[in-house]
Design a protein around this ligand. Structure first.
Ligand code: SF4
Length: 470
């Protein structure tokens, strides 16, 4: 059986993940969820997977159609974006019009939340609810005639012109039982992280996050499941062997939740002397000092911190449960060890004032962040925050809109984002620091990315969607 794993086209460089999607003008991450499923299809079902990453390859929908005509897959599986949901549904409809006999499968947070609407209004044949791996595997078993579709939980489909929804999601008890993602299908020259050496790889070493930040769509839920250090090492070595990667990112929601796991992994990386540079996502209250020392020795150079705000009032509103004084101490310790810190902040909470934003800017500077990404708050369906604010939000899935009804709140979010950005970046030390980083790789970075870099620095907010610089 041939199956196509398709990252749909889009006019800009974007990243689609299970739980989020965003513009990434200066970098690109691998479609990790798609290659994980492709690995299952090949190893467990003897299938022949094809991957089209139309974002990385800069393909138009017509070029994707041409490839499909050549491949002739029996199914196409796509991950749906969140911010790009409506555009993705238009493409799915075009796909079905062009290839009515090929089964189209969708997954992702919005596909899960809105499976009833999607199966009704878009022309997908199957929607997988929640973590897709086991349900996808059941579905392939069904395509192969081994099981009835009625026996699969966590799936929506059309049958005799009726829409059937079989509830129930399946978390994977132990992700170590899954085959390795099909890294070999990727063309590594397309993927990168700013200022990191290429070729650049990726690892999803844990799924889920047990914290309860009320705005967050975690990857697959709150239960944390992890790969063993040995399994992670195998996946890193595989990417090194295939593509000679020089750097990579742990794409887990919060890589540092379990210091003992990270320490054991780092010991392995140090012992193997892989000499790779890597980055990860973290929370400021999980920065165990012994763990940080091991991370540094094992090649970690950059930590992304989900900080959100430097105002206690706003952190409480998000149920973030972070003590700012402790956070500052731990972040400064990271700086002492030589890590580069990227702060992920949000503005636009309904009660947020310019004084709160000033506190965030002051915190970002005093805690030693080298870069900040500043997002506007969007409350997503399926989160606690959406339930709290739902009467204040103008939301519809198709056509897609998700914004505060109160115009003043929308204007404030715009204003605060620009204010934070300018006050943080337009400062001589910061500009010198960034220029120095760019000058190291002048042709690779500034020359090839000059327009996106400038666009980002001047904060062109015509497209009011999340845009990450780093
Ligand atoms: S720590 Fe990060 S991933 Fe976990 S719930 Fe909070 S925002 Fe989400």
């Amino acid at each position: 059986m041939k199956g196509l794993f398709l990252n749909l086209p889009y006019k800009n460089k974007i990243v689609r993940r299970y739980n989020c999607s965003y513009n990434s003008p200066t970098f690109l991450l691998h479609p990790i969820e798609l290659i994980s499923l492709a690995g299952i299809f090949r190893e467990r079902h003897g299938g022949r997977p094809y991957l089209i990453d139309a974002i990385a390859e800069n393909k138009t929908i017509q070029e994707v159609f041409d490839s499909i005509t050549t491949i002739v897959p029996e199914f196409i599986i796509c991950i749906c974006g969140i911010e790009y949901f409506e555009e993705d549904m238009v493409l799915i409809n075009q796909l079905k019009v062009k290839f009515p006999d090929i089964k189209v499968i969708l997954f992702g947070h919005y596909a899960t939340e809105f499976h009833e609407v999607i199966i009704e209004k878009a022309s997908a044949d199957f929607i997988i609810h929640g973590e897709p791996d086991l349900i996808f595997s059941d579905l392939i078993n069904h395509f192969n005639g081994n099981i009835d579709i009625e026996s699969i939980s966590g799936i929506s489909f059309k049958s005799d012109k009726k829409n059937i929804h079989q509830k129930g999601t399946k978390r994977i008890p132990n992700p170590n039982d899954l085959p390795m993602p099909a890294y070999d299908l990727l063309d590594y020259k397309h993927y990168s992280e700013p200022f990191f050496p290429k070729p650049y790889g990726i690892i999803l070493s844990a799924r889920g996050c047990p914290y309860q930040c009320n705005y967050c769509v975690t990857t697959f839920g709150t239960k944390l499941t992890t790969l063993t250090p040995e399994n992670i090492l195998l996946q890193i070595e595989k990417q090194k062997e295939l593509f000679g990667i020089k750097s990579f990112r742990f794409i887990d929601d919060t890589f540092t939740i379990s210091p003992s796991r990270v320490i054991n992994l780092c010991k392995l990386l140090i012992e193997k002397q892989l000499k790779l540079t890597w980055s990860c996502f973290s929370r400021s209250d999980t920065l165990d000092r012994e763990m940080l020392q091991y991370m540094k020795q094992a090649g970690c150079t950059r930590i992304y911190i989900g900080m959100e705000s430097g105002s206690e009032k706003i952190l409480n509103f998000y149920n973030k449960k972070i003590n700012l004084d402790n956070a500052r101490k731990d972040l400064l310790y990271c700086k002492e060890l030589g890590f580069e810190l990227v702060g992920l902040f949000m503005v636009g909470a309904p009660s947020e004032t310019i004084e709160d934003v000033d506190k965030s800017i002051a915190f970002a500077k005093s805690a030693g962040f080298d870069f900040v990404n500043i997002f506007q708050l969007i409350a997503y369906p399926g989160t606690q925050l959406f339930s709290i604010l739902k009467n204040d939000i103008d939301f519809s899935i198709l056509p897609y809109k998700n914004q505060f009804i109160d115009k003043k709140l929308r204007e404030n979010a715009d204003k605060f984002q620009k204010y934070f950005f300018r006050n943080f970046y337009f400062d001589s030390t910061r500009i010198l620091f960034i220029l120095k980083k760019y000058l190291k790789n002048f042709y690779k970075e500034i020359y090839s990315n000059r327009s996106t870099f400038l666009e980002y620095m001047l904060m062109n907010s015509k497209e009011k969607r999340r845009k990450d610089f780093i």
